[in-house]
Structures are given as C-alpha cells and as structure tokens.
Design a protein around this ligand. Structure first.
Ligand code: GTP
Ligand code: MN
Ligand code: MN
Length: 608
C-alpha cells in the first residue's frame, strides 16, 4: 500500500469477520493501490470532493455553497436495463421481465472483469443503512467502490459511516455491494474525468443478497443502496419477510381543518414522483410535506395499517423541468448547497442550468458535453436525464416524520404513468384486488431515465418493471396475498392517475404540478366519504363538480371533461394490449384472480 490519501481510515473500523474477509478477497482480486474505510464525516466529504476537483471530475460551483458540477462519459448517462441481471439459481424465478444469467456463470465472467480492475485506484469501503438506524429491523449494506464520485454521493443518499460501523457488529447481516468503474490505471497513466468501461454489468444475486456492478459510474447503476438494494434485493427480502419494497414517493397532506393523511404514489422513472413529493399546493389551506421521493418500504403495523418508510436520505432528482414554478421546494433544497449536479449545463458565473430552470436560457453556457452552448444551439444544454443529488434534510417541505423508524400509515396509494390518451386524470379502484389489477397493467411512455427509445408505451407494473428482483407473477400474488390477509377497512385505497393526457392539439389537458393537489384532495375526500363520484367500467371518477377547481388557470376548466373521460373504445383496445402483456407472464405464475379481474373489466366494457 502506498501513501494513504487522508480520506477515511485504512484501519478497519469493524471486527465483523465476514466484512473483513470479503474486503480482503476483493482487494486481492481487484488490486487497488490502497483500501480506505469511509467514516462518513464532513471532513471526509471535504477531502473526497477536493480530490474530485483536483482530478477534473468535479467543478466547484461558486454560486452554491459546497456544491459541485460534473459530466459523465456521454455513454454513461442512464440506467442500462439491458445490462441489468437477476441471477437467481432457477431461471424461472427471475421471471419474464428480467434478464437472467446463471449465478455461477455470471460470477465467473464478472470475476475476470474485476481482476485488477482497481489498479492505480483507491478502494473505498462504505457501511450504510437503508432506513432509520434505530428501526426494529435495520437493513445494512456495505459497498466497495473504486469511485470517489460514488463515495461522495452515497454520503448524501444513505445513512453511512461511523454510526453504521458502530451498529454493524460481528454477525450482523448485510448486503454485499461490489462496484468498480472498470478502468484500471497503469503506473503513470493519467486518469480521465469520468472513468468507466464500455462493458457494463449490473448483477443481482437474490439468494445470497449480493450485488455486483461493473463498468458504470451513473447513479442508478453505481449507488448500489438505491435501485439495486432498496428495490431489487429488498423486493426479494419483502417477498420472504412479508413486506413490499416499492418505487414510490411518500407525501403528507394536511387539510385546512388540520386533518392529516399520508399517501404514497408509484410512477415510472421520470414521470413525476419527485415533483409530487415536493408539491407546492395550489389550494389555499392544503399543506403538503415531503417524506420520500423515490422509494418506499411498506410494512403492516401492529394496528393493521400499512406503514411507509423512506429508506434514503437524499434526492437523486431529474433536473430538466425542475424550476421555481414547477418545483420551488427542489430549487430551495439545492440552493442550500451540499449538492452534486451530474450532466446539467454550467453557467459563466459558477452556477448550473438546465431546460426548465428558468423561462429564458442564459446567453452562454457550457453544456453537459463540455461544449460552448447558446440559445441557438440545436441540442439541449443539459442531458434529459441530468440529475441533482441533494440531502432531504435541506428540503423546506420535509416532514419531521421522514426519519421515523416505524414510518407513516398510508391512507391511499396512487399509480400513474405517462399516457397521451386512454387513462383518465384519476380513477378510484373498486377495492384492493381491483387496485392491484390496475397497478399490474400500469403503462407509460418510455423516458430518458433509461437507455433506449423514448416515447414508446410499455407496461410498467407498479412502476417496478426495471426494479423487481423476482418473478412478476409471484410479485402480483404477493400484493394480492398481503391485501387479502389485512382488514379491508384499514387498507389504503388505490387510485390510478395520469397527469400526461393530451388533447387533439398535442397539449397537456391538465396543468399538473401544484394543481395535482386538487386530485389528491378529491381522493382523500373519497376516503372520508364526502366526495361525489361517477361509476365507470374502470373505476370511480370525479363528477363534473367534485374536483376543487378554485383558482385553476384559465382554459383548463373546459378541458376537464376530456381529461376525465373514459372512452369505451380506447379501453377495449387497452384490454387487448393487456391480453398481450398478461400472455408474456406465463400461465402458471400469473395469479388466476388477475385473469378474472381482466375478464370482469371486459364484461363491464361490453355492458357500458
Ligand atoms: P425518477 O427519479 O427517475 O424515478 O423520476 P420521477 O418520477 O421522480 O420524475 P420527476 O418528478 O423528476 O419528473 C420528471 C419529469 O416529469 C420532469 O420533466 C417534470 O417536469 C415532469 N412532470 C412532473 N410532474 C408533472 C406534472 O404533473 N405534469 C406534467 N406535465 N409534467 C410533470
Ligand atoms: Mn426512480
Ligand atoms: Mn425522482
């Protein structure tokens, strides 16, 4: 080992034998120049970020305290779903929606990629905990990485460092998370600002609760506490232990009368979770507070209600479209600094910019590729999947209970996607099982959050298509089973929503953002039994005057009937597409009950 960089400590802060053995094995295989155990301190952050600036990865922003801009390799900008694998022992357990490779084969192939992969680099060992440290059953992870960018980002996104090491004593279970950017440095070889490899693997081993990630530095591929652990591996833990790991925001809503409800909402990537989580209510007296913006762990409490916990401590939010008008709370959160911006544009006065931050772009920018940019340029200044990474505690709308180890009891769950047609602004499911059916056929047009074509409609059940660690049919059965075992009166009500329906002119029929509170208000009034609704074959929708439209921007009132319409022909076509989707799941693992739900929907459509 050469001289120690001054980050963390080279002395292991733990006597956990499994961790020490594993760290030694990985060091032997990957051959880093040094091994550093992260303590998660502010001083460590300062040294990591200074090192990143020195290496040319980060540019310190003079306009925001303790904040940094960086650009990834242009080929490493999003999650890579076609390189993401669920390596269960039995192929059938990965299901039809995941890529599968035999775990032994995957380990063999990846071991050769990892061999010597950290040469010339520092190997960081990060202990973290998803969810509050004082939870009844805290879920620990240890990530090994050769990326300073990842080490710094993990400090924002998870509870990490010394307090976690203190709890991770001998024998405590943890998820092994191994990550390398796959860019070894020969002696004397200069580094690049964003090291990564053309070949990428994001592999999950559900049986051994292990994650191996190779070749990418991008958040969803490299911050392994997030999608890899808190969704893919956690979904398997939830299946085995009787709970749910979901791609959901968690929001607290208080009425003018002081009545509080907690709700969760699942939308596919880049479909509005972070925005709804930080909602600035358009209705006076209605007060929204943030608990989580991306992931919710749902468990039944002793009182029979379903409780939601946010396992993360930061926001890794989509930057474009985030502005003072659409999401003032996000803007205020990042204004407090301590943030990392990836693939946004950079201004001449040491700040960041992206499409939608301000109405008019600055006259000159450095775009996400590092090129000069002016408003005449043909390409966007910020990558469409550029992100800000910022601590949740800085959010002005954060609810004090965001850190509560038991979580918050849910009154409602919303499922939504990006659909230009067919799906109405809101519809209330008839009951839990019908809600599970609507969630199982949730669909959305693809976005820039994942590599591949944008704007293609695909089924994204529960917004979990890219994040489920086991068979989708078993997952539906798990949702149905949990509901069937619960007291129906205590279950959250399930709604489907669509903020993205468009009129014949191609424009959105609903203003969205802060005005979405009108839809939430109606849903909560349905729960309290005070709002009117009209029966349709797909669920209950608001009657013409049931939505509170006080103060709605001119024009939208006239568009509301089109936004709420349930068009029978469109839905008949939809059931055909659902037939195709269900056919891909495979006969014996799609719960019979969902087939019955689909048949019942078809019957209601015929009779309507
Ligand atoms: P991930 O973080 O990738 O899981 O995505 P997300 O669900 O958090 O999406 P986010 O809230 O960041 O929204 C992504 C895009 O949708 C942004 O461009 C927003 O401006 C846009 N958006 C969010 N809410 C609304 C809405 O109510 N109406 C419309 N029209 N657009 C919205
Ligand atoms: Mn997400
Ligand atoms: Mn988000």
């Amino acid at each position: 080992m050469t001289e120690h960089s001054g980050i963390g400590t080279i002395q292991p802060p733990t006597d956990h034998a499994d961790i020490l053995t594993w760290v030694a094995e990985v060091a032997e295989l990957t051959a880093p120049e040094r091994v550093v155990f992260c303590d998660g301190s502010g001083a460590e952050w300062d040294r990591l970020t200074a090192l990143l600036v020195e290496k040319g990865t980060f540019v310190a922003l003079s306009a925001k305290p303790n904040s940094f801009w960086c650009a990834s390799d242009p080929e490493d900008v999003a999650r890579v779903e076609d390189r993401t694998f669920i390596c269960s022992h039995d192929r059938a357990d990965a299901g039809p929606t995941n890529n599968w490779v035999d775990p032994l084969d995957m380990r063999t192939v990846m071991t050769e990629h990892y061999r010597g992969a950290m040469s010339g680099r520092t190997m960081y060992v990060i202990a973290f905990c998803m969810g509050p440290l004082d939870a009844a059953d805290p879920k620990f992870g240890v990530q090994i990485t050769d990326s300073e960018y990842v080490a710094a980002s993990m400090r924002v996104m998870t509870r990490s460092g010394a307090p976690v090491w203190a709890k991770l004593t001998g024998g405590t279970e943890f998820v092994k998370c191994l990550h390398s950017v796959g860019a070894p440095l020969a002696p004397g070889q200069a580094d690049v600002p964003w090291p990564c490899d053309k070949t990428k693997y994001i592999a999950h081993f559900p049986q051994t609760r292990t994650i191996w990630s190779y070749g990418s530095g991008y958040g969803g591929n490299a911050l392994l506490g997030k999608k890899c652990f808190a969704l893919r591996i956690a979904s398997v833990l939830g299946r085995d232990e009787g709970w749910l790991a979901e791609h959901m925001l968690i929001l607290k809503l208080t009425s003018p009368q002081g009545r509080t409800h907690y709700v969760a909402a699942a939308f596919p990537s880049s479909c509005g979770k972070t925005n709804l989580a930080m909602l600035e209510s358009a209705l006076p007296g209605w007060w929204a507070e943030t608990i989580g913006d991306d992931i919710a762990w749902l468990r039944f409490g002793a009182d029979g209600r379903l409780y939601a916990v946010n396992p993360e401590t930061g926001f890794f939010g989509v930057a474009p479209g985030t502005g003072a008008k659409t999401n003032p709370n996000a803007i205020a959160t990042i204004a407090r600094g301590n943030s990392i911006f990836t693939n946004t544009a950079r201004t001449d006065d040491g700040d960041v910019w992206w499409e939608g931050l301000t109405d008019a772009p600055p006259a000159h920018l450095i775009d996400w590729r590092g090129q000069d940019w002016t408003p005449d340029s043909d390409s966007p200044a910020a990558h469409p999947n550029s992100r800000y990474c910022t601590p949740i505690e800085q959010c002005p709308s954060v609810a004090p209970e965001w850190n509560d180890p038991t979580g918050v009891p849910l009154s409602a769950i919303f499922f939504g996607g990006r659909r230009a047609n067919t799906v109405p602004l809101v519809a209330e499911s008839f009951d839990w099982a019908h809600g599970v059916f609507t969630a199982s056929v949730l669909s959305s047009e693809t976005t820039a959050a994942a590599a591949g074509r944008v704007g293609v409609v695909r089924r994204d059940p529960m917004a979990m298509l890219p994040f489920l660690g086991y068979h989708i049919g078993d997952y539906f059965a798990h949702w149905l089973r949990l509901g069937a075992a619960a007291d129906p009166a205590k279950l959250p009500k399930i709604f489907q929503v669509n903020w993205f329906r468009r009129g014949a002119d191609g424009k959105f029929l609903w203003p969205g953002f802060g005005d979405n509170v009108r839809v939430l208000k109606w849903a909560l009034e349905r729960i309290d039994g005070t709002a009117a609704a009209e029966w349709t074959p797909i669920g209950h929708i608001p009657t013409a005057d049931a939505l509170d439209l006080d103060g709605l921007a001119a024009g939208y009132r006239d568009l509301l009937p089109a936004a709420l319409a349930v068009d029978i022909e469109e839905w008949v076509a939809e059931t055909r597409s659902i037939d195709e989707w269900y056919a891909t799941i495979g006969g014996n693992r799609l719960p019979e009950h969902l087939r019955e739900q689909l048949a019942a929907l078809k019957l209601r459509l015929v009779q309507a």
